[in-house]
Ligand binder design. Structure first.
Ligand code: GAP
Length: 453
């Protein structure tokens, strides 16, 4: 549990901005919405893609010891028996016999002890109607093939990791990687969370970016654990998440998941009453998963260490980060309301890292005449070959700047009276508000330089 943060709660403002500007919409909104499922709009999909690209580049493309994978969501049902999810991926829940609502047994809104006559339902207020806690599995079930019977039950994966474990030897043998090496993937995961909420913080359908790093159990596996902890924290810092809002949280033995020997969360301070919460888990999974898949499948999942003529089941260091949850941290981190010197109206800014911003530059003719729109549209189409840009000629220039500030566009290119005479444009920086005049032919080069940092 986290304590109340010293940072303000901006969640409500973000939900409204996200909808108004096309980042995130509630799923099936016209039907009243689907509980804790969200859709990404035009700007949201770009932001999420940029985030996933940064992860993929850092974890796969820029390393020679990590390979990529895209495993299917539907897997053999025995996978989830082996992984421990059928037996152990549960939450203790209580039902209200009166209003039929269901709550986590540790819901702080429940007064009294569930099952006892004094216990009061937090929804309908009746006393004595709450059942004793029962274990409820969080995996979504469905049926594969034409027959809906117990033999055809399959699960929507609750984590992407298992697709990596069952492909461990396929990837290792096809790439001829040697331990230590890793396998990474990005994909959807599904959990029938009972207390979802806080916008996209905890949802029933979400995306994970996971990497399993296979190491020698007789070697320096704890050093690799420390290495990945440090690497992953640095990645969050480089996204621009503020240093003082990031921390590690070590799992004590009661908190450890069934597979973990050691675990640290990377937490971000989301502000308000949410405070510090996990965005990523770094887990030492030992040989639990490969060992269990060997046992349940009857197939050996051993690595052959040729130089030493040894066969062994590697240990696994896992890094597991939620794309949606990190995106929420980025929005919280970037959101600012401020006064602008010399202007009556304040502005809302999303100070997103330029590499993450959905639109890299706004292109604005100062007025809709004197050749300015023509020069601006020409420039916008040239820039569009290199970056996502937004052309806007409607309304006062100050308002157009503010519209882009609010969605995190780092640069504004303005074509004014001087531009048509000498082929120069001004480039405005979202954060410093400084404007600089540069040659129109240099815009691509200047933007590229600034976006690379
Ligand atoms: N394979 C390990 C694993 O899945 P986890 O701590 O359960 O570990 C890892 O999940 C990350 O996935 C979390 O840190 C969080 O960012 C994200 N995540 C988990 N459940 C989520 C949910 N219901 N909604 C959004 N993100 C979630």
């Amino acid at each position: 549990m986290s304590s109340i943060s010293t940072f303000p709660d901006v969640m409500e403002k973000l939900v409204s901005l996200a909808k108004r500007r096309g980042f995130i919409f509630q799923s099936s909104e016209i039907y009243g919405g689907t509980g804790s499922v969200w859709d990404y709009g035009p700007l949201g999909v770009e932001l999420k893609k940029n985030l996933k690209d940064r992860w993929w580049n850092a974890m796969v493309r820029m390393r020679d010891d990590v390979e990529g994978l895209d495993a299917a969501i539907l897997m053999h049902p025995r996978v989830w028996e082996a992984s421990g999810h059928v037996a152990g991926f549960t939450d203790p829940l209580v039902d209200c016999r009166n209003c039929k609502r269901r709550f986590r047994a540790d819901d702080p809104k429940i007064k009294g002890t569930p099952g006892a006559p004094d216990a009061q339902c937090p929804a309908c207020g009746m006393k004595g109607t709450l059942s004793e806690p029962r274990l409820f599995n969080l995996m979504f079930k469905t049926f594969m093939g034409p027959v809906e019977d117990t033999a055809s039950v399959v699960y929507l994966r609750p984590e992407t990791a298992q697709g990596i474990f069952v492909n461990f030897l396929n990837v290792q043998q096809s790439t001829r990687q040697k331990v230590p090496f890793g396998i990474a993937q990005i994909g959807k995961a599904f959990r029938n969370e009972i207390t979802p909420g806080n916008f996209i913080f905890r949802t029933r359908e979400f995306e994970q970016m996971e990497m399993q790093f296979f190491v020698d159990p007789a070697g320096n596996h704890m050093e690799w654990f420390e290495y990945w902890k440090a690497q992953r924290m640095e990645w969050h810092r480089l996204l621009g998440l503020r240093e003082e809002r990031l921390q590690f949280h070590q799992h004590d033995p009661q908190e450890l998941a069934h597979y973990a020997r050691a675990a640290f969360d990377i937490q971000y301070d989301f502000g308000g009453s949410l405070g510090f919460q996990e965005v990523e888990g770094v887990h030492h999974r030992g040989d639990f998963d490969l060992g269990r898949h060997q046992e349940y499948s009857g197939k050996k999942l051993e690595y052959f260490d040729q130089p030493n003529n040894r066969r062994y089941v590697p240990f696994v260091i896992e890094t597991s980060v939620g794309a949606d949850r990190t995106l929420l941290a980025l929005l919280v981190n970037a959101y600012r309301e401020e006064q602008v010197a010399g202007e009556d109206e304040g502005r809302t800014v999303l100070a997103l890292h330029p590499s993450l911003a959905p639109v890299k530059a706004g292109v604005f003719p100062l007025v809709k005449k004197d050749g300015m729109p023509e020069m601006a549209t020409r420039l916008a189409s040239e820039l569009r070959r290199h970056f996502p840009v937004f052309y806007d000629e409607s309304g006062a220039i100050g308002r157009r700047y503010r519209r882009q500030d609010e969605v995190g566009t780092p640069y504004g290119i303005t074509i004014d009276g001087q531009s048509t005479a000498d082929q120069t444009v001004t480039i405005r920086d979202r954060d410093t508000l400084q404007q600089e005049r540069i040659d129109a032919t240099r815009v691509v080069e200047v933007l590229r330089e600034r976006l690379a940092t």
